[in-house]
Design a protein around this ligand. Structure first.
Ligand code: NAP
Length: 241
């Protein structure tokens, strides 16, 4: 597939890029610094961001892609968490959707990195009251959480507005690093408290699941228009946050 990857220099994004290339996909990676990316014949490295690139370039590029994967996230620095763009994930996704809406309808898959703390309104999810209380505080104090929530909600609303668009929001629980992929499960909704009893999700498992959604048509059919929550099912040997 021809894939546009956002956030390909991040913890999950790097692993998704590696997996995409291993599985023979053709990738355009939009990043702030192309020097952070490998060189590969199936990879086009583009030094710009979704929020900065020209409309003409984006229209031309989105006219060719089969899928867009967003692994964007706010860097855990003061400026990453509290500086601009405050709605990095939402606004990048929104721009993609606006351009796609102007183009002739054709199947494009969108895979968005979310979080177990974002509820799936389509399934009328409701977290336990203590979680909701803490998440309300986080929403007001830490802008990236609201950004993730709004991005997931934007995709959920596309189901009503644009029935041709297919998407999956992948929701990890607490992210950890691991050298190798390990067994994990995908659940339709959180089965643990994301705040008080969160499980672990290896970045490599998250990346592999995102790419498997593109490579495996039956997996896509299973999760299309859903927000799977990923949990490692066995402890990983070499993990660090
Ligand atoms: N922490 C958790 O336990 C947890 C749990 C569930 C979900 N999550 C979600 O997962 C994300 C973390 O994933 P990760 O570890 O893969 O993230 P990460 O390593 O921080 O990667 C973030 C990516 O976003 C890019 N980015 C950041 N700010 C940007 C900007 N202003 N313009 C363009 N690109 C920008 C970064 O590019 P540069 O390389 O240029 O900085 C990088 O590619 C979190 O943000 C959260 O949404 C986290």
């Amino acid at each position: 597939m021809n894939v546009l990857l956002l956030g390909g220099t991040g913890g999950i994004g790097k692993l998704a890029l590696q997996r995409l290339l291993e599985q023979g996909h053709t990738v355009t990676a939009m990043v702030r610094h192309t020097t952070d990316l490998p060189v590969h014949e199936q990879l086009e490295r583009v030094q710009t961001t979704l929020l900065d690139c020209s409309e003409t370039w984006l229209e031309e590029r989105l006219g060719k892609v089969d899928a867009v994967i967003s692994c964007l996230g706010h860097r855990p620095t003061f400026s990453g968490l509290f500086g601009n763009p405050r709605r990095l994930v939402h606004d990048s996704l929104n721009r993609v959707l606006r351009v796609l809406a102007r183009q002739p309808r054709r199947p494009v898959k969108i895979i968005l990195l979310g979080s177990s703390g974002c509820v799936n309104s389509l399934r009328k999810e409701r977290l336990p009251a203590p979680d909701r209380l803490v998440l309300t505080l986080i929403r007001h104090l830490v802008p990236p959480h609201a950004d993730s929530e709004q991005a997931a909600e934007l995709l959920a609303s596309q189901r009503r507005h644009n029935p041709f668009l297919e998407w999956v929001v992948v929701r990890p629980d607490s992210l950890i690093n691991a050298e190798n992929a390990s067994p994990y499960e995908a659940r339709v909704s959180p089965v643990r408290s994301p705040i008080f009893n969160s499980g672990e999700s290896s970045r490599i498992n998250v990346a592999h699941f995102m790419v498997a959604l593109l490579s495996d048509a039956s997996l896509w059919a299973q999760w299309r228009h859903e927000m799977p929550v990923l949990y490692n099912t066995s402890p990983v040997a070499d993990s660090s946050n």
